[in-house]
Ligand binder design. Structure first.
Ligand SMILES: Nc1nc2c(ncn2[C@@H]2O[C@H](COP(=O)(O)OP(=O)(O)OP(=O)(O)O)[C@@H](O)[C@H]2O)c(=O)[nH]1
Ligand SMILES: [Mg+2]
Length: 365
């Protein structure tokens, strides 16, 4: 007999609009991460994201492993799952449309942009609560542009990626992807999100109760099968789609895919196994991020040293000059540069000589 799990509404964590202090730059790839994975559920409008979150939430509650759920869709009328943070508690989407004179899509985008300015509060709650939960789940609106084109997508994915092992979950409406051209356009969307975020990626082929996802798996595995399906297409797009599909081979090899029915619950265990795999892959992502930020830091230091060297050359010997370092993330400091700034007896280094930070003798005034 089927058992029904009763889920109580959790106490809500509220994000309040407040004036932002300067951004916290202490959070970096080196801080200790919670092991709780976080999934960012994205996909086209109506693909079944919210129903998928509902199914997953119910499944985890039935296993006594409740998730921490965050709704980022400001326009949803009713949520079918218990939510811990809801964007609608912070931003009134209808008011945003009215005040900024926007249509529904612009309203959703702007509401999310406004909410993302308070994302540090969301992160604080997540960091505090993650260890008591098995999974952190984000439900998002159907506007994929939010994650590909708007600033909020970058803020959300980048900061989450440094807080928890984060995985992007792309929900595909399998029943509406039986046409190879539609399938391809969906895959291109998914691909753009993967390359924008570079996070581990799971493709959820949803609505498998309507149609088995076997055809899509075949298309991804074997290009000739996909080409055969395309040959039935008479559309002028088919040549373009053929060449695109070759380019997507690399994308397919980098992602996990799983067939799910959010209606019946089929495939949820396989999905959780894919999350475990994504959590392992995440450490590669973090190592890449660390390398990039170290590289940026090095470049910034080199730029500063170049500037100092240049100014020293222009200033002549024995003079003092004031300069403001134009580092974008730091407030402007004024340094008095003494004659012997290089610590090499008043001599400027030859061009190409590397001057290390510790060699600089700067008095902060
Ligand atoms: N048959 C079937 N229908 C589903 C499944 N998942 C979702 N649906 C239906 O698809 C429709 C859209 O589902 P939602 O969960 O609202 O989709 P969404 O992606 O959250 O939509 P937006 O938030 O508007 O972008 C609803 O009518 C759901 O009942 C599924 O696995 N099988
Ligand atoms: Mg939804």
């Amino acid at each position: 007999m089927a058992t029904k799990t009763v889920i109580n509404e959790p106490p809500r964590d509220i994000i309040t609009p407040q004036v932002q202090a300067s951004p916290d730059t202490s959070s970096g790839p080196n801080k200790t991460l919670s092991p709780t994975p976080c999934i960012l559920v994205v996909g086209m409008a109506g693909a079944g994201k919210t129903t998928f979150v509902q199914r997953l939430t119910a499944h985890l509650h039935s296993k006594a492993a409740p998730p921490y759920v965050i709704n980022l869709d400001p326009a949803v009328l009713k949520l079918p799952y218990p939510v811990n943070i809801d964007i609608r508690d912070t931003v009134n989407y209808k008011e945003v449309m009215k005040q900024y004179g926007l249509g529904p899509n612009g309203g959703i985008m702007t509401a999310l942009n406004l909410f993302s300015t308070q994302f540090d509060q969301v992160l604080q709650y997540i960091e505090k609560r993650a260890n008591e939960h098995s999974l952190v789940i984000f439900d998002t609106p159907g506007q994929l542009e939010v994650f590909t084109w708007s600033a909020s997508g970058t803020i959300i994915t980048d900061t989450l990626g440094l807080t928890l092992p984060t995985i992007v979950v792309y929900v595909l409406d399998t029943s509406r992807s039986v046409n190879p051209t539609t399938f391809m356009s969906n895959m291109l969307n998914a691909c753009s999100i993967l390359y924008k975020t570079t996070l581990p990626f799971i493709l959820v082929m949803n609505k498998c109760d309507i149609i088995d996802n076997g055809f899509a798996v075949e298309w991804m595995k074997d290009f000739t099968v996909f080409r055969q399906a395309l040959s039935q297409e008479t559309s002028f797009m088919s040549n373009l789609v053929q060449s695109m599909s070759l380019a997507l081979e690399e994308f397919y090899s980098n992602i996990s895919s799983v067939g799910v029915s959010s209606l019946t619950g089929a495939g949820i265990n396989e999905f959780l196994a894919a999350v475990d795999k994504g959590r392992v892959e995440y450490w590669d992502y973090l190592a890449r991020r660390k390398k990039i930020s170290e590289q940026r830091e090095r470049e910034m230091k080199e730029k500063t040293i170049d500037k100092l060297t240049e100014l020293k050359k222009q200033s002549g010997k024995g003079t003092k000059l004031k300069l403001g370092l134009d580092l974008a993330v730091q407030p402007e400091y004024e340094y008095e540069i003494e004659d012997d700034i290089y610590g090499v007896g008043g001599e400027s280094p030859d061009e190409g000589d590397l001057v290390h930070d510790e060699d600089l003798d700067l008095d902060e005034s």
